[in-house]
Design a protein around this ligand. Structure first.
Ligand SMILES: NC(=O)c1ccc[n+]([C@@H]2O[C@H](COP(=O)([O-])OP(=O)(O)OC[C@H]3O[C@@H](n4cnc5c(N)ncnc54)[C@H](OP(=O)(O)O)[C@@H]3O)[C@@H](O)[C@H]2O)c1
Length: 201
């Protein structure tokens, strides 16, 4: 059975992707702080901590025979001006949105080579266009895009595929779960659903 490892499968876009891959016959592993009832296996991890990620990778490799797909989905928003942004919040956003995907991908690359697997990074239009009061978040997604595009060129020789998913506004609790004092109102409007995004992926 093929194995799909997804970060942030406990809710939102990650939960919808996890369900979709499970329905396609994958054994699904969720890596996040809270559990997904849909996942075949949950491994609790705080992706803002390198030590936690190391432990999660060890647990994962004890429990699954292979890794076919890694989906770096977990992410956190930051709605704040550069003037008022705390360095702690900015660091946390980079830890979760950029360093965690890089560390997980590097850790699982030997296994993805064996299966000629895929890496899917869930990025954002905010990684292509800058938005005022979202500069810290935009910067983390610009960095993720640079990672995806350069990684793709490097691992093509192993037949590993890298998909960088540029996502627009999706109706999840993302804004309310974000850091910062300038969160948009919940009724922002014009959003697609996480389920539709997962089907299209
Ligand atoms: N929603 C949108 O409009 C939108 C648009 C463009 C891109 N995106 C991107 O899509 C991805 C998913 O967003 P979403 O809308 O589904 O957000 P969400 O509903 O807030 O879900 C975020 C997920 O990330 C996990 N997560 C957050 N911090 C974590 C941590 N420290 N350690 C482990 N897991 C953590 C959460 O799990 P736990 O809380 O259980 O740990 C949760 O499963 C993100 O990368 C986001 O940047 C979203």
């Amino acid at each position: 059975m093929k194995v799909c490892v997804i970060t942030g499968g406990s809710r939102g876009i990650g939960a919808a992707l996890l369900k979709e891959f499970k329905e396609k016959g994958f054994f699904t592993v969720n890596l996040s702080r809270s559990e997904s009832i849909e996942a075949n296996l949950n491994i609790q991890v705080d992706l803002s901590k390198f030590d936690d990620i190391s432990m999660a990778v060890s647990q994962l490799l004890e429990k699954v025979p292979r890794v076919n797909v890694l989906i770096n989905n977990a992410g956190i928003g930051l709605y704040e001006s550069w003037e008022e942004m705390s360095m702690e919040d900015l660091k946390k956003v980079f830890e979760i949105n950029f360093f965690a995907p890089v560390m997980l991908t590097k850790s699982l690359l030997p296994f993805l080579k064996e299966t000629q697997g895929s890496v899917i990074n869930v990025s954002s239009v905010a990684g292509k266009l800058y938005v005022s009061y979202m500069g810290g978040y935009c910067a983390s997604k610009f960095a993720l895009n640079a990672f995806s595009d350069s990684l793709r060129a490097e691992v093509r020789k192993y037949n590993i595929h890298v998909l960088n998913l540029i996502v627009g506004r999706i109706d999840t609790g993302f804004s309310q779960n974000a850091l910062g004092s300038k969160k948009p109102p919940e009724t922002f409007g014009g959003s697609a659903t996480a389920e539709r995004l997962a089907q299209l992926t």
